[in-house]
Design a protein around this ligand. Structure first.
Ligand code: 5AD
Length: 357
């Protein structure tokens, strides 16, 4: 029997994450789904994902677009290309988009992103979307001024993953210029600037324990975060971490689902994405993630000719996802699990809406 999440300790969450018995997993899943339906309803929010540049100044040990990788063809989408993606997303009725890129602090890129955001807000307004597309940014650690500028341009949500809350593990997988403390500080600044803030971790990293993951979930609760994106770690070729052992794929997959459920049970009214990394480990895993308490999907809307250059890990599953047919196919699959797509809405988390009232 599941105990009440309000009383959970790190040990209780670790015990939940260790579950392997199918009946117990089903009990956890059903409980998380029930909390989701009660707190957030049956809607699945879509955010068209545009990977605007794979140029990156960071050298994270796990990442397929890290600076040191010489064989990656680097690109930056033109402003008009980003706008074309935004128009497609609006036409498809997704209501929101995510602009994600490698981490860059050069002025040219910040200017480009701010200009694109402002134009998207202006040019996607319609009867269906009176305030234009909702925009989430995922462009890494930036200064307060840059965050402010991007917010003023019209972006209203920001995703910055913490990757892991274990400082030793964080230090092991990042070059020394990057620190957990500065990432945490960015989350604070983003909140102060006025963004709805999302974070998350990778699941099944070499050297990561179930206790670490339980601490991550405890951290989520204390931070009053609005949204989460987390997924299994997937080894990327030609990266330092690829040589190190990580748990087998089925364990990372199960842990991915259980992390979603634990987060839903504890944080209740937040948005949780069912990520591409999950789907990379199993073709139907994104839908399974929704059944474990996730309520956001990020369909691939990067121009097809660029997708192959934006591979954070090996075997990324949605390279051939077709933006035009994705929605109809998804609609049928969601119906089968008692869920529906929400059309032409930003789909902010109830948590954020309540917090900002
Ligand atoms: N496996 C899984 N997720 C990864 N990310 C980067 N590299 C990998 C990988 N090899 C995730 C990180 C980052 C997000 C954009 O992608 O969590 O914050």
């Amino acid at each position: 029997m599941l105990t009440s999440p309000e009383t959970w300790t790190q040990g209780d969450i670790a015990a939940l994450l260790r579950t392997r018995d199918p009946d117990e997993i089903e009990e956890i899943r059903a409980a998380a789904e029930q909390v989701l339906l009660r707190e957030c309803g049956d809607a699945v929010h879509l955010r068209g994902l545009v990977e605007s540049s794979n140029v990156c100044k960071c050298d994270c040990d796990y990442c397929g677009i890290r600076k040191s990788r010489r064989d990656v063809e680097r690109y930056t989408l033109e402003e008009d290309d980003i706008l074309a993606c935004a128009h497609l997303i609006a036409e498809l009725g997704y209501g929101s988009m995510v602009i994600q890129s490698g981490e860059r602090s050069d002025q040219k890129f910040i200017d480009l992103t701010a200009r694109a955001v402002a134009r998207i807000k202006r040019e996607t307004r319609s009867g269906d979307l009176p305030d234009g597309l909702g925009i989430t940014l995922c462009v890494g650690q930036q200064s307060r001024d840059v965050y402010q500028r991007l917010f003023d341009a019209g972006a209203h949500r920001y995703l910055l993953r913490i990757e892991t809350t274990n400082p030793d593990l964080f230090a092991k997988i990042h070059p020394k210029e990057q620190t957990l403390a500065s990432r945490m500080e960015c989350l604070e600044v983003l909140r102060e600037v006025g963004f709805q803030v999302g974070t998350g971790v990778m699941i099944g990293l070499p050297g990561q324990t179930v206790e670490d993951l339980a601490a991550d979930v405890m951290f989520y609760k204390t931070q009053d975060v609005d949204m989460f994106g987390m997924g299994p770690y997937i080894p990327a070729p030609d990266t330092p971490l690829v040589a190190q052992d990580c748990p087998p794929a089925e364990d990372r997959l199960r842990l991915g689902f259980l992390m979603i459920a634990a987060t839903r049970l504890l944080c209740r009214d937040v948005n949780i994405a069912s990520t591409t990394a999950l789907q990379t480990l199993h073709p139907h895993a994104r839908e399974t993630g929704l059944r474990f308490g996730a309520n956001v999907l990020m369909p691939q809307t990067t121009p097809p000719e660029r997708r192959r250059s934006y591979q954070l890990y090996a075997g990324k599953s949605n390279l051939d996802e077709n933006a035009a047919t994705f929605r109809t196919e998804l609609e049928a699959r969601l119906k089968a699990i008692g869920r529906r797509i929400e059309v032409n809405k930003w789909g902010d988390s109830r948590h954020a809406v309540r917090r900002m009232q």
